[in-house]
Design a protein around this ligand. Structure first.
Ligand SMILES: C[S@@+](CC[C@H](N)C(=O)[O-])C[C@H]1O[C@@H](n2cnc3c(N)ncnc32)[C@H](O)[C@@H]1O
Length: 264
């Protein structure tokens, strides 16, 4: 059994195998402080189109990584859509969805953690501007739901950059990413079941682990009939898009894949 202090070595070895020559650059970029944010303020004039241009780090507002916004934009939300942000706390992506809906349609947000869901509710109240949302606390797998036009599944993941920032790598284990990929697959199947035919689902994580990204989609496609929408971003993966900090001015990591439910 690995000793506690081996976690960092296991981490480096695991991702060196995945990313080969790129790994030292990527690891270095993940250790650097984030420089670029977009800031969602209480200004109702700040539409999501205005947000796209903002990449500085102003003091006020709710800050999110610009790469996270790409995952939301990939959902192609239209005015009037009924949207589910299934793993929504603390709410950065939900705030962008609300700006896109601009008071039309309906956003349902949910989170299994009651403390995080309370934080989510506070953030929506403070920065959401619009009120066309409902907050559900609980496991998304067991939630009674209507069908949705669009679903964002920003799944719980290994979040390696966070582990680096918090200096937690001594506790890292390969089993963690394997275990999470099984859970992510179950969450994706559940979300898919309540997506309307013709609707879009974005599966996203902030993990660099291929097992939690394309690996989950690969498993999913073995069981469900879904159309993988092509990625128009520079850095494509097998099924989706990967925005990594070494090639995107410190932004990310974020992975996302857009799935369309066939109408027949
Ligand atoms: C990556 S975070 C979401 C970040 C959020 N989308 C944002 O932009 O601020 C994943 C969230 O999923 C929640 N979660 C994990 N398992 C869940 C489940 N079974 N049902 C609902 N939420 C879940 C976690 O509590 C966590 O808040």
């Amino acid at each position: 059994m690995a000793r506690k202090k081996d976690g960092k070595d296991l981490f480096e070895k695991y991702f060196h195998e995945e990313y080969q020559d790129r790994w030292p650059h990527l690891y270095h970029a993940m250790q650097a402080d984030r420089q670029r944010y977009i800031s969602i303020t209480q200004d109702p004039e700040l539409t999501y189109k205005a947000l796209i241009g903002l990449t500085d780090h102003p003091a006020e507002g709710y800050h999110i990584d610009p790469a996270s916004m790409e995952a939301v934009l990939a959902l192609d939300i239209q005015k009037g859509d009924r949207v589910w942000d299934a793993c929504a706390a603390p709410g950065g992506k939900a705030l962008i969805i609300l700006r896109i809906l601009a008071g039309s349609g309906m956003l349902t947000v949910s989170d299994i953690s009651s403390s995080r869901a309370h934080r989510l509710r506070r953030n929506l109240e403070q920065f959401g501007i619009y009120k066309n949302y409902e907050v559900n606390i609980g496991d998304m797998i067991e939630m009674q739901c209507p069908v949705f036009d669009k679903i964002l599944l920003d799944a719980p993941c290994s979040s390696e950059r966070h582990w680096i920032e918090k200096d937690m790598l001594d506790d890292w284990r390969v089993g963690r990413t394997r275990h999470l990929s099984v859970r992510q697959h179950a969450l994706l199947c559940r979300a898919w079941d309540v997506l309307k035919p013709g609707g879009l689902l974005v599966y996203s994580t902030c993990s660099i682990s291929k097992k939690e990204n394309d690996g989950v989609i690969k498993q999913f496609l073995k069981k469900r009939n879904a159309v993988v929408k092509p990625s128009y971003h520079a850095e494509k993966s097998e099924y989706g898009t990967m925005i990594l900090p070494d090639t995107h001015m410190g932004q990310g990591p974020i992975y996302f894949c857009v799935l369309e439910k066939p109408t027949i």
